[in-house]
Design a protein around this ligand. Structure first.
Ligand code: F6R
Length: 364
């Protein structure tokens, strides 16, 4: 049932504050201001490495988690696409955790990688949305997301719920490994706790996001730029747009564009710059200026202060609430999803059932 929404995708975008709140709720104690992982079957202090493996949007969640796990838990992290991981000869160390991320829990390549890691003696865990799935049955440990059934083929709420679990795990492992003290833990729990409200505020920008869809729907190519944990979000933005509007799009680490992609810039290529105010803001803005200097048409996603500092207006920006860097990929996922959605609606594509795609990919 789509409720009042025209598509399942839009309904699922709007469910995110609720389902992310539910997912975080299984890890956070807001009163004690602590993060706890129930039933952990390994000691985070003893982990030599975490290998994150997934496909598609779930792979971008894994890429975002790499920044968090390195920053907060100081664990060496490897991230790979399941279909690549499985067919090379990855060197796995003793005491390694292999963590598989999947909405469906049935993706053939991810499942094959899980079986391989298990046979190699790794500790295996999975973040899945479908609790009765094959991956949930076969992994040593399951971290469920509570997104509820995701009907739209393009993943939205499953992605942000995966991020919610990964953020909670990063903080919990950081505490267990002695890198986060009680005061810092309390502050980070407050950040996580406020994510659902910040996501609700982000949803209020829907009309502003929609006002940019006409420009995007006329483009042949679109670029998305971001830095740090917002770089994988740029990749996700490009994937969402490709999947449902059939417009060619690419995501780049903002610092990489001068190494090649800047040759693509001209007034007909919209460039979406994801630049929350934070430690990487100035760096991302200097990359944005390189694009503008070459005639690029930029849409800046930032907070009020970030947008004002660049003298931008509603016509060439999308305003988000001010957020802590840990929260930004979850909050900025919303305008990224809405932009793809409204562009696809203008193009008249089948948003919930895009051509050539299936919800669950069970062939390798
Ligand atoms: C993108 C999308 C796909 C899936 C990928 C992995 O919107 O839905 O890229 O993310 O096929 O699927 P799961 O997470 O079920 O393993």
């Amino acid at each position: 049932d789509k409720g009042n929404h025209r598509h399942f995708m839009l309904k699922e975008i709007y469910e995110q504050p609720t389902v992310v709140g539910q997912t975080l709720g299984s890890y956070l104690d807001p009163l004690a201001e602590t993060v706890t992982v129930p039933g952990l079957c390994f000691d985070p202090k003893a982990l030599s490495r975490i290998t994150l493996i997934a496909c598609g949007t779930s792979y971008y969640a894994a890429m975002i988690a790499q920044y968090w796990l390195e920053h907060y838990a100081k664990i060496p992290v490897t991230v790979d696409i399941a279909s690549e991981f499985r067919y090379r000869q990855p060197v796995m160390t003793r005491g390694g955790l292999s963590l598989f991320i999947s909405q469906s829990g049935e993706t053939a390549d991810t499942l094959a990688a899980l079986r391989h890691c298990k046979a190699e003696g790794q500790i295996t865990a999975t973040i899945v949305n479908v609790a009765q799935s094959t991956m949930a049955r076969e992994a040593d440990m399951v971290f469920p997301t509570h997104a509820g059934p995701e009907i739209g083929v393009a993943s939205t709420k499953a992605f942000t719920c995966q991020l919610a679990v990964l953020a909670a795990l990063s903080i919990a492992f950081g505490v267990a490994r002695g890198h986060i003290d009680q005061t810092e833990q309390a502050a980070l729990v407050r950040v996580l706790n406020e994510i659902p409200s910040r996501m609700s505020e982000a949803l209020q920008a829907e009309q502003q996001v929609a006002s940019h869809a006409a420009d995007l729907s006329r483009a042949r190519d679109v670029l998305y730029l971001g830095r740090g944990a917002d770089y994988p979000l740029a990749l996700e933005g490009a994937l969402k747009l490709k999947e449902i509007s059939y417009i060619h799009a690419e995501g780049y680490a903002a610092g990489e564009i001068k190494h090649g992609p800047i040759a693509l810039i001209d007034p007909n290529v919209p460039v979406i710059v994801i630049a929350p105010k934070g430690p990487l803001f100035e760096k991302t803005i200097s990359n944005m200026e390189e694009v503008i200097a070459r005639g690029g048409k930029v849409i800046l996603m930032s907070c009020k202060e970030g947008i004002a500092s660049q003298g931008r207006t509603a016509g060439n920006s999308i305003e988000m609430p001010a957020v802590h860097p840990l929260a930004s990929p979850l909050v900025y996922a919303i305008p990224v999803q809405l932009l793809a959605y409204h562009t696809a609606v203008l193009k008249g594509t089948d948003v919930d059932q895009p051509r050539n795609l299936a919800k669950s990919v069970t062939v390798e």
